[in-house]
Design a protein around this ligand. Structure first.
Ligand code: FE2
Length: 198
């Protein structure tokens, strides 16, 4: 049974303005998810934040304050993230362009002193413009994939609260994990000067 939902279509600037108007104390997993479910981004307003590279997916900052950051991630066909966590921060995602697969993992063992871990795949789901998702705080390790068979570019919008600039990346086969710094390909519509898009 599908539920009829009133979804307002907003330009990205208005969408972010709406998010930023949520008070700090109300910026909860549920409230932000509710906002994202009821407010979609018009894909044509994202142009300034779209940078694609054959080398890797790109991270493009749209807005940042002390409470949250918002970015597009642009995925060529077949590109995927590494398996990672979000430093115990909340994350909400939607994909106004294309579609993406999310694979979650359960961490069964983790040894910080040795940098070893054992992770097992759990839930798989898909997101697109009509199906935003949030990261489950109880199982926060995941991977995002633009599968070759989707056969199209994808652009996702990510909201992280609070912002973080590194994450843990897991190498499943090797049973290891470690810290990886994060950077932006572009900020506020401007490509980073050192960035060479392939
Ligand atoms: Fe993520």
């Amino acid at each position: 049974m599908s539920k009829q939902l009133a979804v307002e279509q907003l330009a990205i600037a208005d969408w972010v303005k709406g998010l930023a108007s949520i008070p700090d104390r109300a910026f909860s997993l549920e409230n932000v998810q509710d906002y994202i479910i009821h407010h979609a981004v018009r894909p044509e307003t994202l142009e300034k934040y779209l940078f694609f590279s054959k080398g890797n997916y790109t991270r493009n900052l749209i807005f940042k304050n002390d409470l949250f950051e918002c970015m597009t991630i642009c995925w060529e066909v077949g590109q995927h993230s590494r398996i990672h966590n979000h430093r115990d921060q909340n994350c909400w995602m939607s994909a106004p362009i294309g579609r993406l697969k999310i694979q979650n993992f359960r961490v069964e063992q983790k040894d910080a002193a040795c940098g070893t871990c054992k992770i097992v795949p759990t839930e798989i789901y898909e997101m697109d413009g009509a199906h935003p998702v949030h990261v489950n705080p109880l199982e926060p390790v995941h991977q995002v994939l633009n599968l070759p068979e989707f056969n199209q570019r994808a652009v996702s919008i990510h909201v992280y609260s609070k912002p973080f600039d590194s994450c843990e990346v897991y190498q499943r086969e090797r049973g290891t994990y470690g810290d990886v710094p994060l950077h932006y390909t572009s900020e506020y519509g401007k490509l980073h000067p050192d960035e060479k898009l392939l």
